[in-house]
Design a protein around this ligand. Structure first.
Ligand SMILES: Cc1cc2nc3c(=O)[nH]c(=O)nc-3n(C[C@H](O)[C@H](O)[C@H](O)COP(=O)(O)O)c2cc1C
Length: 188
């Protein structure tokens, strides 16, 4: 049986690796938000990890539905699965939008052109369009950095981590309460 502290240290270590390596299974995660009575899930890319602040970050379009959801209810769950290590992580917490303009500008400036391009789309994500490519902005006067006005960085402040390790020797599951700084083994 692994030491609980080592499990938690490994969680943060693997999240950091997910950040650095695009092929790492934690590079992309499923984010679930609440839309009224219904959960809604989608994949997003892990963009930053701050262990000290127990926070993970991702980028999105300000006009997207997930932003509307979190304005009503900012509870969220981030789901990760490492198929090689057979580790599932469920991170429960609350989402906040980064409002500091300097921080936003700095993150934007480090974004790749390809990523910046998405924020130039003519219509908000989820808007009905006549033809599949009608969202493309053909305005030649537009600069790639004009997309900044649609750019948002969201932070998930993690309160609980549900760690599940599948193993032929017997599955193991630990629940970390980061607020109370305690952990409990639970039945998988
Ligand atoms: C592999 C993958 C990575 C994605 N990464 C992001 C991302 O980092 N940010 C984002 O807003 N959408 C990302 N998307 C698109 C979302 O899954 C989703 O379709 C979009 O954000 C609209 O979601 P919403 O209507 O729930 O806001 C990604 C999709 C895939 C398949």
């Amino acid at each position: 049986m692994k030491h609980r502290k080592k499990v938690l240290d490994d969680v943060w270590k693997e999240l950091e690796l997910g950040l650095e390596k695009s092929k790492h299974p934690f590079h992309i995660f499923t984010l679930t938000t609440i839309n009224g009575d219904f959960p809604d899930s989608r994949y997003v890319v892990l963009r930053n990890v701050n262990e000290a602040k127990k926070t993970i970050f991702f980028n999105t379009d300000k006009r997207s539905n997930k932003i509307k959801h979190i304005k009503e209810n900012n509870n969220a769950c981030a789901l990760f699965y490492d198929i090689v290590k057979k580790i599932q992580l469920r991170l429960y917490g609350t989402i906040e939008e980064e409002k500091n303009l300097d921080i936003l500008k700095n993150i934007w400036s480090k974004s790749r052109e390809m990523s910046k391009q998405c924020y130039l789309n003519k219509y908000a994500p989820g808007t009905a369009i006549e033809n599949s490519k009608d969202y493309v902005n053909n305005n030649l006067d537009m600069d790639i950095n004009d997309g900044f006005s649609n750019f948002a960085v969201l932070k998930i402040k993690i309160d609980r981590i549900d760690w599940l390790n599948l193993s032929h020797k017997g599955h193991e599951r630990l629940m970390f309460d980061l607020k109370k700084n305690k952990s409990d083994w639970i039945s998988p």
